[in-house]
Design a binder for this molecule. Structure first.
Ligand code: URA
Length: 237
């Protein structure tokens, strides 16, 4: 049983800011179990109570999980003064506290998990967990012979330590799949720079057990399936 204040319930469900929903409640626009409630502090049992705003039922959703095929030109942030954000693409979201799990560069495409599950986010991003991320990469020059071995041994990208072992699968002379187990700033681009090439196109294909749905067009998203969520949380192994 989860109990929370009526104003928090409505704000979390994206009905407005905390002060906007307080005003709506005080004006008598909110009902709990068919009765008008004018006190924002009223405690709501999310599993039992029925809440409506202007007679539209507001169902409480504790956690949301979306897989986005991020397009270029959109920032992996909650807010940005210049570019559209990945959250603006999730028009079906109900909660107001979603965030992207990690960052992809402005020009990077591909898999991005959007959720409000902070514990899962920590599991996926903590450097200690070594969660594998797979990227498809296109570069400007032929990938040098020996690159796979260099990446396996670690390369100098200007950090204190070499990069952790990464697996490079060369697909064509200028394209490859790279699996890394850390997530330093611009890591993939800096690794390819370290072997004398520049990344022209980058797309994330997977993160841990979560694989980008190949039927999801660039710029589109879908909720994760129950199975994907359970596997991602390590509950189904
Ligand atoms: N590495 C990069 O260089 N950019 C990304 O967006 C992700 C990984």
């Amino acid at each position: 049983m989860t109990k929370l204040r009526l104003d928090k319930y409505l704000a979390e469900m994206g009905c407005g800011t905390r002060s906007q929903v307080k005003t709506a409640i005080r004006k008598g626009r909110v009902k709990v179990n068919e009765e008008t409630v004018t006190s924002p502090e009223k405690k709501i049992d999310t599993g039992i109570d029925q809440v409506s705003l202007d007679d539209t039922q507001i169902v409480y959703v504790a956690m949301e999980y979306y897989m986005l095929n991020k397009p270029a030109g959109v920032v992996s942030a909650r807010e940005d003064g210049k570019y559209p954000t990945v959250l603006e693409l999730i028009d079906q979201k109900q909660r107001n506290d979603l965030f992207p799990v990690g960052r992809l560069d402005l020009d990077t495409e591909g898999l991005l998990l959007i959720t409000n599950d902070g514990a899962l986010c920590h599991e996926l991003l903590s450097p200690k967990k070594h969660v594998k991320k797979v990227y498809y990469v296109e570069v400007d020059k032929e990938i040098p012979k020996g690159a796979a071995e260099q990446f396996q041994n670690g390369v100098d990208i200007g950090e204190e330590k070499l990069t952790l072992p990464a697996q490079l699968e060369v697909l064509t002379p200028k394209t490859a799949r790279l699996t890394i187990q850390e997530g330093k700033f611009h890591q993939v681009k800096r690794m390819f720079e370290a072997i004398g090439t520049n990344v022209l196109y980058l797309k994330r294909l997977s993160m841990g057990t979560l694989v980008l749905d190949s039927s999801l067009p660039c710029g589109q998203y879908r909720p994760l399936t129950e199975m994907e969520i359970r596997i991602l949380k390590g509950e189904y192994l």
